[in-house]
Design a binder for this molecule. Structure first.
Ligand code: ADP
Ligand code: MG
Length: 394
């Protein structure tokens, strides 16, 4: 948060908040902010974006368009981002004039896997053994053999498993690096994962930190598929450790806003940080329906300087991501609408579709959260829905 920040809450009803980015995370922030009486302006070049469609104002321009940033500054009392690849310079420019959360420096760290890993190491948070690969010579370094088999990941702009190559042998490395475009990459040792977790924390301007319950995540083809809370297979001590480390990272980044830290649990129970997102996270979407304060409420509260109270999980929940593949059924090319009536006939289903006009395979079109009085019921219902939609069991 910039020096222009004050600890006086921004009053709902008289305040417009700004969002850089027009995706589904922005859309759900808009919904939370509007429910609290705020107006929201979204800066997003796409004329048909999920957040732009929901916002009170939609500025259709690039994130680094000087005139659009000046207009956002004029319209808004504070600005947040929903998109981690927003230019840090745009956040810095805005922060000179009004409160901006998350801070540009923290976003810049989360945008670059090597800086992110250094942040983990500096904060004493274990992460996968890794090395920077940013030249042909570096890709041929025999010392990298210790990291193989490994995953070569572009340092920037990777998401949903994109920008990654599995590398089995040293001989494959130069070609893998070239195939990723010869851009700076991080080679990480491939670890045997027992589970994947994530923790969403929110840190206020006064350093207060609250968190959502630890989430257990299942990925398919590098994309989040299922999140379960409470985490069914995670030891209580591991969950405590994950929350402590996520809070430690937020403090190390002098963070204000919502931060998600992804972790791996290895076979011996040890916990390894994977990556951080400087924003609400797909794995925290359940909180809209399962918690008394959602991750988007937390984003709003940190941005507007409202009190941060610890979210309480009132219902066990299972979240299923709805990718564009569902619109194509069994391999056809012509999109069709999934059978929402059948899905909504199940008890405890909360359907969220993002208003994206075009379904594409692997594109996140929406999610649904199943809540129930107990975890076994939520899971059984989610499994029935998954089968109905043609999704694999979990
Ligand atoms: P993205 O930015 O695309 O989410 P991640 O680094 O989180 O990239 O990788 C996506 C998924 O790939 C992870 O959730 C995990 O399932 C798998 N993965 C990533 N890194 C490793 C690793 N070092 N060892 C084993 N699996 C990994
Ligand atoms: Mg990830």
């Amino acid at each position: 948060m910039s020096g222009a920040a004050s600890l006086v809450p921004l009053p709902p009803g008289r305040t417009t908040l700004g969002v850089l980015g027009g995706g589904q995370l922005g859309r759900m922030f808009v919904h939370a902010a509007q429910a609290h009486g705020y107006r929201v302006a979204v800066l997003e070049p796409d004329p048909a974006s999920p957040a732009g469609a929901a916002a009170d104002e939609h500025l259709r321009a690039a994130y680094d368009d000087a005139a659009a940033l000046a207009e956002l500054q004029h319209l808004c009392a504070a600005v947040t981002t929903e998109f981690e690849n927003v230019p840090a310079a745009a956040l810095r420019q805005l922060a000179a004039a009004l409160p901006v959360a998350p801070p540009a420096d923290a976003v810049q760290v989360c945008q670059h896997r090597a800086l992110e890993k250094r942040c983990f190491v500096d904060a004493g948070v274990p992460c996968a053994p890794h090395a920077l690969v940013d030249s042909t010579e570096a890709a041929a370094d025999p010392a990298l053999a210790a990291l193989l088999p490994g995953l070569l990941k572009t340092a920037r702009l990777g998401y949903d498993g994109k920008g990654q190559r599995a590398v089995a042998t040293a001989a494959e490395l130069p070609a893998a690096w070239a195939a990723l475009g010869g851009v700076p990459c991080v080679l990480e040792k491939k670890l045997a994962l027992a589970q994947e977790l994530s923790v969403v924390v929110a840190r206020g301007r006064d350093g207060t930190v609250v968190h959502l319950p630890v989430q257990q995540n299942l990925h398919r083809d590098g994309i989040l598929a299922v999140t379960q809370v409470p985490a069914p297979d995670v030891a209580a001590a591991t969950a405590v450790q994950a929350v402590e480390r996520a809070g430690r990272l937020a403090a190390a980044l002098d963070y204000v806003g919502v931060l998600c830290v992804e972790f791996f649990v290895l076979a011996d129970g040890s916990l390894v940080a994977n990556e951080m997102a400087p924003r609400p996270h797909n794995s925290g979407h359940h909180s809209i329906d399962s918690c008394d304060v959602s991750q988007f409420d937390l984003q709003l509260r940190t941005l507007a300087g409202l009190p941060l109270v610890a979210p309480r999980l009132h219902s066990p929940a299972v979240m299923l991501n709805l990718l564009g593949d569902l619109w194509f059924g069994d391999g056809g090319d012509v999109p069709r609408e999934p059978d929402w009536a059948a899905v909504l006939a199940e008890p405890g289903v909360h359907l969220h579709l993002y208003g994206k006009r075009e379904a594409r395979r692997a594109r996140k079109m929406g999610h649904l959260t199943v809540t129930a009085a107990d975890a076994a019921t939520a899971r059984a219902t989610a499994l029935r829905i998954a089968a109905r939609l043609g999704l694999p069991a979990f």
